[in-house]
Design a protein around this ligand. Structure first.
Ligand SMILES: NC(=O)c1ccc[n+]([C@@H]2O[C@H](COP(=O)([O-])OP(=O)(O)OC[C@H]3O[C@@H](n4cnc5c(N)ncnc54)[C@H](O)[C@@H]3O)[C@@H](O)[C@H]2O)c1
Length: 246
């Protein structure tokens, strides 16, 4: 049985990734800042352990990882937040909070585990970026910069750690009807408009992202390292095609 730790696992995409990993015979450590949520989520999924920590606090992450009891084969750095508002009204604190959680948090968790993975000579890390790490959006503060940073950090980890037996990749989800975006798509008109703009004709599901995690950690992906796997139904490739002609 392989093992994995998933961060931000108490809700949304992280919970779906944990479930899919469990179904694929992984033992899973589900880490989240929201203790009640992660305990409840873990109760519903077999072979999981709830872990409680803030990814920006190195000591508390260290303690939570110790509770898991082993260096996992796979680390999924899934935690992410988005703070809304026009950039000119964004406080410096909010900008730095997004960078700390979305980018630095994934470095902290990886830094804690990497030396044991290197000693073992195997492991894989999957970081969660976003289509906004490739193309920015309006009114989402530091989110695009933090997610672009995740793509760059992934590439650097991959070139430094690949020869030591550790593959590092990232996933950029598109319009996903889950987690932080779920409230947006509760408006059925918005859901239909957004889903209709996606070349495959629908919004994404948390499961689409969980499937990508399973693939990237599998033997079938053993030559994939430093890659940003965009899972968006083709939406960011269609930007120019969607511009008005007249
Ligand atoms: N939902 C989407 O449409 C979408 C699209 C693109 C990318 N993403 C990315 O996917 C990932 C998961 O998003 P989601 O939609 O499931 O979000 P979500 O808000 O439902 O879940 C995020 C989880 O992270 C936890 N968390 C937040 N800050 C934390 C911290 N400091 N330490 C530990 N845990 C913390 C929250 O408690 C929550 O359970 C994020 O990185 C997000 O940026 C989501």
């Amino acid at each position: 049985m392989k093992s994995a730790i998933v961060t931000g696992a108490g809700a949304g995409i992280g919970e779906a990734i944990s479930k899919k990993l469990s179904e694929n015979n992984y033992r899973v450590g589900m880490l989240d800042l929201n203790k009640d949520n992660v305990i409840e989520a873990s109760k519903k999924i077999k072979n999981t352990t709830p872990l409680y920590a803030d990814v920006t606090e190195e000591e508390s992450v260290n303690e939570a990882f110790k509770e898991f009891g082993e260096t996992p084969d796979l680390l999924v750095n899934n935690v992410g937040i988005v703070l809304f508002g026009p950039l000119e009204e964004h406080s410096v604190n909010d900008y730095s909070k997004s960078l700390n959680i979305n980018l630095l948090g994934s470095f902290i968790t990886s830094r804690i585990l990497i030396n044991d993975m290197i000693k073992r000579g195997s492991g894989s890390i999957i970081n969660m970026s976003s289509v906004n790490g490739v193309n920015p959006g309006i009114g989402i503060g530091a989110y695009p910069a933090s997610k672009a940073g995740v793509i760059s950090m992934t590439q650097q980890m991959a070139i430094e750690w690949g020869k030591l037996g550790i593959r590092v990749n990232c996933i950029s989800p598109g319009f996903i009807d889950a987690g932080m975006s779920k409230p947006i798509y509760e408006d059925k008109k918005v859901a239909a408009l957004r889903g209709g703009a996606v070349p495959v004709g629908r919004l994404g599901e948390a499961n689409d992202i969980a499937n990508a995690v399973i693939f990237l950690d599998s033997e079938n992906a053993s030559y994939i390292n430093g890659h940003n796997l965009v899972v968006d139904g083709g939406v960011i490739s269609s930007v120019i095609a969607q511009l008005p002609r007249e």
